[in-house]
Write a protein that binds this ligand. Structure first.
Ligand code: 13P
Ligand code: SF4
Length: 405
């Protein structure tokens, strides 16, 4: 008989009184100046003090070599019944065990297409696994190895805050567009109200869709992706307003009437670390360097970069770049390090000298992957992602609109 373990004690929406999600306060937990950061035992990594999901004691002290052998053995025993998906930001000791890798768009597409596996183990963060659950078949199960792997940006927009904003905005010819980095309830609100989901690889097309339906967009939760896409689209700064969920009264009806886009006040603290100064320093050191950044960076950085795109785009750009070319990259360090390692004949480095992994992505330590795989062998489904039926129905509508773009 298959049993389930329901995770306890972790909620991604813990907010401290000033409106700062706990995941945001924890974001710099793994930052280091050490050139070569490496996976340690879980026991050692627990000392960073961030919230981790509890795991049986035996996994705490396992060495990385023992974990690797354990995962390989478990994968062999489980065969094609289990598909492991890995986001590009996952650490190397996890990504090496993944069957397929991608950006959040590609992984959501794969989850909707790969119907043969009974279980999808999603090595990424909660909103990605939740999206995989919504798009996969009802017969498949989706597992997130560590339930504490949330996203600080997604935590900047709660369902209640977005519903409250929508109550004010819904009669003002607004179409809600949510970035994939948001909880399923927000995607469902978009599905119910002619809105759509987008990722960093299709935001412009999502704008085309939204402006064919209404006069203005409510863009949730990343103000930077929203602003960068809007500027690219020809929208002026003065046609944008910033929606602070803690001060909704700061925007008047007149401001909304004059706007083409209402940007939710959320951001990614990994990408907002990149600065104009870093770009200038990289160019001063090498005038031929290519600056390649993710669109979650602030517009002052994006506007002076040579190339801007999703994690899959970044990977493809470096892959097809000529031997000897130089690439200063503004995105999460695990992807940058992997590209530098995979293409030693190209000069690939991070714009930021400080090594700061996304602390929620990083919480998928390989011991968690081993734990959930060994659970499956024992007939226990650990950390299954579940979505309420009506949220599932409407969020799927918004996601399918995106997949049809
Ligand atoms: P991608 O869609 O580019 O993979 O980005 C996901 C993400 O969370 C970036 O911070
Ligand atoms: Fe969220 Fe930023 Fe981490 Fe991406 S890099 S998962 S947006 S916190």
């Amino acid at each position: 008989m298959e049993r389930q373990i329901v995770p306890q004690g972790i909620t991604s929406q813990d907010i401290v009184p000033q409106g700062i999600p706990i995941t945001e306060l924890e974001q710099s937990a793994f930052c280091t100046t050490e050139g070569n950061f490496r996976t340690r035992t879980l026991q050692e990594e627990f000392r960073t003090g961030v919230r981790w999901q509890r795991i049986p004691a035996r996994y705490m002290r396992l060495s990385t070599d023992d974990i690797k052998i354990g995962i390989e053995t478990a994968k062999e025993a489980l065969g094609d019944d289990v598909l492991i998906l890995g986001h590009h930001y996952q650490r190397e000791d996890v990504i090496e065990h993944s069957d397929l890798q991608g950006d959040s768009f590609l992984l959501s597409k794969l989850a909707s297409e790969k119907r043969a596996a009974k279980v999808i183990v999603f090595c990424g963060v909660h909103f990605m696994a939740e999206t995989a659950e919504i798009l996969s078949s009802s017969k498949q199960k989706v597992i997130l190895p560590n339930m504490a792997a949330g996203c600080s940006m997604a935590d900047m927009a709660s369902a209640k805050q977005v519903e409250d904003a929508w109550d004010i905005l819904k009669d003002k010819d607004v179409i809600p567009v949510t970035y994939m980095n948001s909880i399923a309830e927000i995607k469902a609100l978009c599905g119910r109200n002619e809105g759509i989901v987008c990722t960093s690889s299709n935001a412009k097309e999502a704008f085309d869709y939204a402006y064919s339906k209404g006069k203005r967009i409510l863009f949730i939760p990343d103000q930077h992706l929203g602003r960068n896409t809007a500027l690219d689209y020809g929208i002026l700064e003065e046609e944008m307003v910033l929606w602070d969920p803690y001060r909704p009264q700061a925007i008047s009806d007149k401001d909304i009437e004059l706007s083409k886009i209402i940007l939710w006040k959320g951001h990614c603290s990994v990408h907002t670390r990149f600065s104009v100064n870093q770009v200038e320093e990289a160019r001063a050191a090498d005038p031929n360097v290519n600056i390649l950044v993710h669109p979650e960076c602030t517009n002052d950085v994006v506007s002076i970069a040579d190339y801007v795109g999703s994690t899959e785009y970044i990977k493809n750009m470096v892959e097809k770049a000529p031997v000897g070319s130089s690439w200063a990259i503004g995105t999460e360090i695990n992807l940058v390090k992997r590209l530098a390692h995979t293409y030693p004949e190209k000069n690939v480095f991070c714009l930021d000298e400080m090594i700061c992994p996304c602390s929620t992505m990083y919480r998928v330590h390989p011991a968690y992957l081993l734990w959930v795989l060994e659970g499956l062998i024992a007939g226990i489904v650990i950390n299954q992602i579940k979505v309420d039926d009506s949220v599932q129905l409407y969020s799927k509508i918004a996601l399918e609109r995106m997949l049809a773009l």
